[in-house]
Design a protein around this ligand. Structure first.
Ligand SMILES: Cc1cc2nc3c(=O)[nH]c(=O)nc-3n(C[C@H](O)[C@H](O)[C@H](O)COP(=O)(O)O)c2cc1C
Length: 466
């Protein structure tokens, strides 16, 4: 996991619980409309993948217990982890790409309704992601996976000064490639082939030479809409479209998206598919539920989108009729740590991953509320354009006074706490209930939260969605 070079250890914020009177007056515990529904408070537990589904994506007892614990604290909004919209194997990631997943999801909804006394709005995050493979062993890659061609023969002949390389058979070419020292491989392999070897093959939205990537704009609106329809039938209050981090929709929004088919290049073109997805989802959900999205205030990678793009996108997403915008940051593949052979790259291990989930080992700015400025700028742009769309902020917010000050300054409308809620729910089965009795409504529990680390160690077989 990347950390700022300063590596300053920040002490957790001193957490003071509000008195009953303070809680009654607090903005944090006031209701707020989210499209057709109203959240009872402005406390929000954002999506967190705990890898507790079955290997084929069904809800388990563990999944239900996990969300029940959060629901007992009665947050205003609780969002189910990134859930796959396609009917394809994706490891122990929840799935919603077929009607057969409906019963389990409906049981999950019932459990959360019961545990929260019907008070918590329950959303599900819908995700699409592209293929990624494990980093191959060098001999396997050069011996089997690499699609060898004449450009390799020519490069090899030039590198070795041996003209016979230009006419050798495929089998011999592979043998000769295996003998090339690592330092010379960049002279023989293309940058993309080198990346496939050193980090594992990873599809991009710009791989339009692949028919299924070319067809993404045609298939994704229907897939998201079908998943949203299933979510509504299972009883959720609405959906959060996952347009953030390392996944398909965020890659369409990113400045790295150079597709030449009208879905890449300028901001107007990069937001075209997100707009079409929103329109398709809205057409299926209608007024039955909340439709919002999570997207990035900053990609935090070279050549990616930054805050000025995000502010522009925010206005357009509000104009498209979303009921909330949840702002995250980073979490990309482009700067992820090189995986070990046999492992897949994980998008939260580089600098952009750190910015997504800042920890107490930080720079002078520290991890607390580190990403609030993104939400504040986006919210200001949306308000200036005449939209009232609520904005959710996350990232190192772990304490009542801190959360309340963000709301008072008008930097965001709802306060999300992920690891903080997790540590509170995990540390004691009674934490959530105790805190509701002292304040009547519980914000996410706090204090120890930023000690938690993001899920960096996973089996190489798992999908990399989050
Ligand atoms: C275990 C874990 C799983 C996560 N999974 C998701 C996810 O499925 N979707 C998502 O948008 N963010 C995911 N995140 C990011 C969090 O929602 C949140 O944005 C991030 O942890 C920063 O907020 P915090 O400082 O309150 O923890 C995950 C974070 C953690 C720690």
């Amino acid at each position: 996991m990347w950390q700022p070079t300063e590596r300053i250890k920040h002490e957790p914020l001193a957490a003071a619980w509000p008195s009953r009177d303070q809680a009654a007056r607090a903005l944090l515990f006031q209701p707020i409309a989210l499209g057709p529904r109203t959240a009872a408070t402005r406390t929000w537990i954002p999506a967190m993948v705990p890898w507790r589904a079955t290997g084929d994506g069904f809800v388990t007892r563990d999944v239900i217990d996990w969300y029940r614990r959060f629901a007992e604290g009665r947050p205003g909004v609780l969002v189910v982890e990134a859930t796959g919209i396609r009917d394809i194997p994706s490891g122990p990631l929840l799935r919603i790409g077929h009607d057969r997943f409906g019963d389990g999801l409906a049981r999950l909804v019932d459990a959360v309704r019961e545990a929260s006394g019907g008070e918590t709005l329950f959303l599900i995050q819908l995700i699409d992601f592209l293929a990624i493979r494990r980093r191959p062993a060098r001999d396997k890659y050069l011996g089997r996976f690499l699609a060898v061609g004449d450009h390799h023969r020519e490069a090899l002949a030039e590198l070795t000064g041996d003209a016979t390389a230009a006419t050798c058979s495929d089998a011999e070419l592979r043998e000769r490639l295996a003998a090339v020292p690592d330092r010379d491989l960049p002279r023989v392999l293309s940058p993309r082939e080198l990346e496939d070897l050193e980090r594992g093959y990873r599809e991009r939205v710009t791989d339009t030479q692949l028919p299924h990537i070319q067809a993404l704009p045609q298939v994704l609106p229907g897939l998201f809409a079908g998943a949203a329809d299933r979510a509504m039938r299972a009883g959720f209050d609405g959906v959060e479209l996952h347009f953030a981090h390392a996944y398909t929709m965020a890659s369409f929004l990113s400045a790295l998206n150079t597709r030449g088919d009208g879905y890449g290049g300028s901001r107007e073109r990069r937001i075209r598919l997100p707009r079409e997805v929103i329109a398709a989802v809205r057409a299926h959900v209608g007024g039955r539920g909340i439709v919002g999205c999570r997207y990035l205030g900053d990609d935090v990678i070279e050549g990616g989108s930054h805050l000025d793009d995000a502010a522009w996108f925010g206005v357009e997403l509000a104009r498209a009729g979303l009921d909330f915008l949840s702002i995250s940051k980073g979490g990309k593949f482009e700067d992820a740590k090189q995986p070990k052979v046999g492992w897949a790259a994980y998008p939260y291990t580089g600098r952009s991953g750190y910015e997504c989930m800042p920890t107490i080992y930080s720079d002078a700015r520290g991890p607390f509320g580190r990403n609030v400025n993104l939400a504040a700028t986006i919210r200001a742009a949306i308000r200036a354009a005449g939209f009232a769309t609520p904005v959710v902020t996350a990232g190192g917010i772990c304490e009542f006074a801190q959360a309340e000050a963000i709301l008072e300054r008008g930097e965001a409308d709802l306060i999300a706490s992920a690891r903080q809620s997790l540590s509170g729910a995990a540390s004691s089965p009674t934490t959530a209930r105790r805190s509701t009795s002292s304040t009547s409504r519980s914000p996410a529990s706090c204090g120890t939260a930023t000690r938690s680390t993001p899920p960096t160690s996973r089996s190489p077989a798992t999908a990399s969605a989050a």
